[in-house]
Design a binder for this molecule. Structure first.
Ligand code: BES
Ligand code: MN
Ligand code: MN
Length: 445
């Protein structure tokens, strides 16, 4: 397969290991910002690297279409999640490679390849026409994958800089190579860490076992009480504000191809479980959930070591739906976890990050334009879905700037986001560029 200049450029970006969750990558974050700034300047945009309380972001603009033309904000993120476990990758995560019809690299679908479809489309357009059909701003952040609050603050302080009629985001997926999809809602998230401490240091389990609490067991007991056998979260008040689906939405979701077979095929799971009265698509998009991401403590090295560990920890997150609020749910979670702690054991709950859930206004005229653009390139109108994932900026844009986002992704469901061997289809990358160009031409009308 011949590698064109857009793919070559994308490969350069993919080689920078922009893992936002690991502080040793701070220099790589800056390197990616410089690369992006240069990419924007090359296509004729004014661009700046802007500091935030955390990793910097890249802003770029081309505002020469005139006041009668719409102003559009295009958002993407240059940060990625950690590639571990490394031994499961066929080729190195930051050494992009094309195998078959896919590009393999950490961050290729989430979100470097998808965000680059916009830089490529706008760049091609400018090269051909010298002007753009809309006033265009780019905001490319470096902390999406860690959901820190720095962007909320940044948007609050830069409201006029970011003002636009609509935000376009390509950071999600189509249902297949020929069935496009628009997500009209995203879940929010609350991420927390639970720590259990009993005594200052590990002790001999033969001498003290049978007389003291074991923090790993206390933690396991707490975690096991967060959901019941019906897969419902047991935190008091957790479901209080959950939005009910309209009849149309429930029908739409029931027909979604995101069914049991697809989930088993994509994940390798041998069973699909969840709240019985909801379809898999409704469980993922319209219902809140809770998951444990990691548990650690004690001895897990080679051979036997007979200790009672002094501490144990777990990472837990909850996905939220409209109209739950992250602060409210964190308070409920903390109170409930603390209530499960036995006397004589220190349990604390630490808040790591939050993002609010969001529901878009599907009547927004830009959704119609996105539909037309997709139809032109993919041959089919997009379906609408409530996504289970989270993109925290969307809710911030809505509350602070009253801006809707059109989530038009170019990934595929089996791209393996956050997993080993993440990939993006070369043809989806190209279709993405074409769709964005169609959309640009529709913006002028
Ligand atoms: N691009 C994803 C979110 C996504 C995936 C939306 C698939 C729609 C379809 C995003 O990069 C992501 O992974 N977000 C994190 C946010 C979290 C760390 C706050 C997520 O959802 O886990
Ligand atoms: Mn993403
Ligand atoms: Mn992600």
């Amino acid at each position: 397969m011949p590698i064109d200049h857009h793919l070559l450029a994308l490969f350069e970006l993919l080689r920078i290991p922009t893992i936002s969750g690991q502080s040793e990558h701070a220099e790589d974050m800056m390197k990616a910002c410089k690369w992006l700034k240069h990419a924007f300047e090359k296509i004729g945009f004014m661009s700046e690297i802007l500091p935030t309380g955390g990793h910097p972001l890249v802003y770029a603009e081309h505002l020469h279409a005139g006041p009668d033309k719409p102003t559009v904000l295009i958002y993407g993120h240059y940060d990625v999640q950690s590639p571990d476990p490394l031994r499961e990758w066929t080729t190195k995560p930051f050494d992009p490679e094309i195998r078959g019809s896919n590009i393999y690299a950490r961050g290729v679908a989430d979100d470097k390849g998808q965000l680059y479809t916009w830089i490529a489309a706008v760049g091609d357009w400018l090269e051909e026409h010298k002007t753009l059909p809309a006033n265009i701003k780019f905001l490319i952040e470096g902390e999406e994958e860690v959901a820190t609050h720095n962007l909320v603050e940044f948007i609050g302080e830069n409201q006029s800089l970011l003002q636009a009629d609509i935000c376009f985001i390509s950071d999600s997926h189509c249902l297949s190579e020929d069935q496009p999809l628009i997500d009209y809602g995203l879940r929010g998230i609350v991420y927390a860490e639970i720590s259990v401490h009993t005594f200052p240091r590990d002790v001999h389990s033969g001498i003290y076992g049978g007389n003291v609490y074991n923090p790993l067991e206390v933690l396991a007991k707490i975690l096991s009480q967060l959901k019941d056998e019906r897969h419902l979260v047991t935190i008091p008040g957790f479901y209080d504000r959950v939005r009910e689906l309209s009849r149309e939405e429930a029908l739409e979701l029931a027909e979604s191809p995101f069914n049991e077979e697809q989930i088993m095929r994509e994940t390798g799971a041998k069973a699909v479980v969840g709240e019985v009265v909801y379809s898999p698509a409704a469980r993922a998009g319209a219902r809140p959930t809770l998951d444990v991401h990691g548990v650690w403590g004690g001895y897990s090295g080679e051979g036997a070591k007979t200790i009672i560990p002094a501490e144990a920890h777990a990472k837990v997150s909850m996905r939220l739906v409209p109209y739950q609020s992250a602060d409210h749910i964190f308070q409920r979670f903390e109170r409930y976890v603390l209530s499960l702690a036995p006397d004589g054991v220190d349990v604390d709950v630490h808040h790591l990050s939050s993002g609010e859930p969001i529901l878009m206004d599907r009547d927004n005229k830009f959704f119609k334009k996105a539909e037309l653009a997709y139809k032109k390139v993919f041959g089919k109108k997009p379906l609408y879905q409530l996504s289970g994932g989270s993109i925290p900026i969307t809710a911030t844009l809505k509350t602070l700037l009253n801006m809707d986002s059109v989530l038009m992704g170019y990934g595929l469901p089996d791209d393996g986001l956050h997993s080993p061997n993440e990939k993006m289809s070369v043809s989806m990358f190209k279709k993405g560029i074409e769709t964005n160009k169609e959309l640009l031409s529709l913006l002028a009308e």
